[in-house]
Design a protein. Structure first.
Length: 237
């Protein structure tokens, strides 16, 4: 893999009345720190219908990364990192976005496929995160809020524009600071633990890219023969 390549990582701003979003903190911490020879480019996305999707497409065009890894805050009962297998072409927001819009049963992109599978090696990523000592599992649903929307939009953009670039999504739990003040606090995970897991995710992605390049060498400019697409079959845990 060429050392000039980069990984694009994205997270989100706070939403739902919260002051923090761990996914945004994660990508800010990862920005500018090379992983296995790859530079890391980062973007914090707005929690806004259509705007977040447009922003991730803009970042892909700007950075032309070797791979895209999106992070997002999961629900209050989430206990592990969740590696998402697929994204559905539907907006059905459980709460309003940061502009007060609450979509209900509408497509993200009219006329696009009903769903896309993530094109990163989800099982290998899960195993790498677990090996780093961070709880992690695979997930068959990214929800119907902005996390799913961004993953679907990224996969659609890449499928139609640059299919050699793989992409995926990781949901992270809430921070202890987000649940500490609740009368009935649920599960949480320290930011340093999430960061250890996130770095393991990127290391697994970098290894996947290296192996793909060894099997399918590209031109000196780095944009020659496309890498093979990750198989979309559902693998058992």
């Amino acid at each position: 893999m060429l050392v000039t390549e980069s990984l694009l990582v994205t997270g989100f701003e706070p939403f739902g009345g919260r002051k923090l979003n761990p996914s945004g903190l994660i990508v800010e911490a990862l920005a500018g720190s090379p992983v296995a020879g790859c530079a890391v480019q980062a973007g914090v996305l707005p929690v806004l219908r259509s705007v977040a999707a447009a922003r991730v497409a803009e970042l892909i065009r700007k950075h032309r990364p070797a791979a895209v890894v999106c992070f997002g805050q999961g629900g209050p009962r989430q206990t592990t990192l969740r590696i998402e297998r697929l994204a559905a072409n539907v907006r059905d927001y459980p709460i309003a976005d940061n502009a007060g819009h609450r979509a209900s049963g509408e497509p993200i992109i009219a006329g696009a496929p009903a769903a896309y599978f993530a094109t990163l090696p989800v099982t290998a990523i899960r195993d790498r995160v677990r090996a780093a000592g961070v709880p992690c599992r695979l997930s068959n649903s990214a929800g119907t809020f902005l996390c799913n929307e961004v993953l679907f939009a990224a996969l659609h953009h890449l499928s139609t524009q640059t299919p050699s670039i793989p992409a995926g999504f990781v949901h992270v739990p809430l921070l202890p600071e987000q649940v500490a003040g609740l009368d009935l606090p649920g599960p949480s995970m320290a930011l340093e633990t999430m960061l250890r897991g996130a770095r393991a995710v990127l290391a697994a992605v970098a290894e996947f890219l290296t192996e793909a390049d060894l099997k399918h060498p590209r031109t000196a400019g780095g944009r020659g023969a496309p890498r093979p697409r990750q198989k979309t079959g559902v693998s058992a845990e």
